[in-house]
Write a protein that binds this ligand. Structure first.
Ligand SMILES: Nc1ncnc2c1ncn2[C@@H]1O[C@H](COP(=O)(O)OP(=O)(O)OP(=O)(O)O)[C@@H](O)[C@H]1O
Ligand SMILES: [Mg+2]
Length: 350
């Protein structure tokens, strides 16, 4: 602890000094006039690292006047808060603000607490670096916004499909039934109506299946992935090899939903981007985790991160993070290996 001369009067602080030095935050002690009478090691290192333009790490500087000299709204608030404390307000007071020292602005949380000793007032002032916290918050906000956008897009797509596809078939069928009255060619029209209604039914079925896979709840993840992958293979012509044990245990719903969606998106990506005639999809327990892997034999992920700008991979990552899992993407030449890990949580027996 670095102290100004006056600090010797505060001898009872000697134990506290070493405690304060062990603290990661920048700590200063102000006397009842607002002058800095001691700073901890972190404060000194911060001043040295950023080459702050203050003498002796700011010792003896009047911090209240210093705040006043800064031409910023939050410095005015901070000054007022400190003065209130010195005037007897119970506190503590807290402020979060940005400081500009290098290229990247830092976010700081200042906390000022009043302490009493032998009728004397002092202020314990701490500055914590909360830059990482702020950045993470901002990133989370952006990810949430992107997710909401994706949800909107999805709804728009569903609406368009219902409007342009299903509704057209139904309208056609209605018109035909109307024509039936006048034309008297009942049998031919009946066949056409039947075909239109069958198309509409097909579309509604596959749409509702994509929105909510019924198999997942009934039979659990293993068989549901198998069914989905077989359907996908039929529709796209992709040869999918499925390595999933028949008796793979059912797991809790959030884990199953997350892994199912990952499998769906990974297969869609193989079809859209990989240029691979085949893929392998596997599900197995690995210690305390469950591992879902999807491998293709195509071109692999592009080199540049900018080229990987879709919502699909980001969505996989988020879904897994929500269930305390994670994802790894590895180019294995030829192709891409997607490995989705999640905690293995068997479904409790009902
Ligand atoms: N299996 C793969 N093989 C090769 N490249 C892939 C594969 N999977 C993903 N990519 C690359 O990564 C990019 C991002 O994939 P992502 O799923 O996030 O977005 P997308 O599929 O382009 O769009 P969407 O948001 O509809 O999923 C793709 O555009 C593609 O370039
Ligand atoms: Mg995708």
């Amino acid at each position: 602890m670095h102290t100004a001369h006056e600090m010797s009067e505060w001898s009872a602080f000697s134990l506290h000094e070493s405690i304060l030095d062990a603290v990661a935050a920048n700590v200063a002690i102000l006397n009842d006039r607002g002058e800095i009478i001691a700073v901890n090691d972190a404060w000194v290192q911060f001043a040295e690292f950023h080459q702050l333009a203050v003498d002796n790490y700011g010792l003896s500087l009047n911090y209240v006047s210093f705040c006043e000299s800064l031409d910023a709204a939050d410095a005015v608030d901070a000054k007022q808060g400190l003065q209130d404390l010195l005037a007897g307000e119970p506190g503590p007071v807290r402020f979060e603000y940005q400081i500009f020292l290098g290229n990247d602005p830092l976010w700081t949380r200042m906390t000022a607490t009043r302490i009493f000793r032998d009728d004397r007032t002092a202020i314990l002032l701490t500055h914590e670096d909360i830059t990482l916290q702020r950045r993470t918050q901002a990133a989370l906000g952006r990810a949430t916004a992107a997710l909401l956008h994706a949800e909107d897009d999805e709804r728009r797509r569903i609406a368009r499909e219902l409007h342009d596809g299903t509704a057209q078939y139904l309208t056609g069928a209605k018109l035909m039934l109307g024509a039936m009255k006048t034309e008297g060619r009942a049998e031919k029209i009946r066949l056409e109506v039947e075909a239109l209604l069958a198309n509409a039914l097909d579309e509604i079925r596959s749409l509702s299946y994509v929105l909510h896979p019924p198999a997942l709840e009934e039979m659990g993840l293993g068989p549901a992935i198998r069914q989905m992958a077989e359907g996908f293979a039929r529709r796209t012509g992709l040869a999918v090899q499925i390595d999933i044990a028949d008796d793979f245990p059912k797991m809790t719903r959030p884990i199953e939903v997350a892994l199912y969606r990952v499998a769906q998106e990974a297969l869609a990506n193989v079809h859209r981007h990989a240029g691979s005639p085949r893929a392998t999809i596997g599900l197995r327990q690995a210690g305390e985790m469950v591992l879902l892997s999807i491998r293709d034999y195509g071109v692999g992920l592009p080199e540049s991160a900018q080229a990987i700008a879709g919502v699909g991979l980001a969505g996989m990552r988020l879904r897994l993070e929500f269930v305390n899992g994670h994802i790894s993407l590895t180019n294995v030449v030829p192709g891409l290996l997607v490995e989705a890990w999640a905690p293995f949580q068997p479904k409790p027996a009902a």
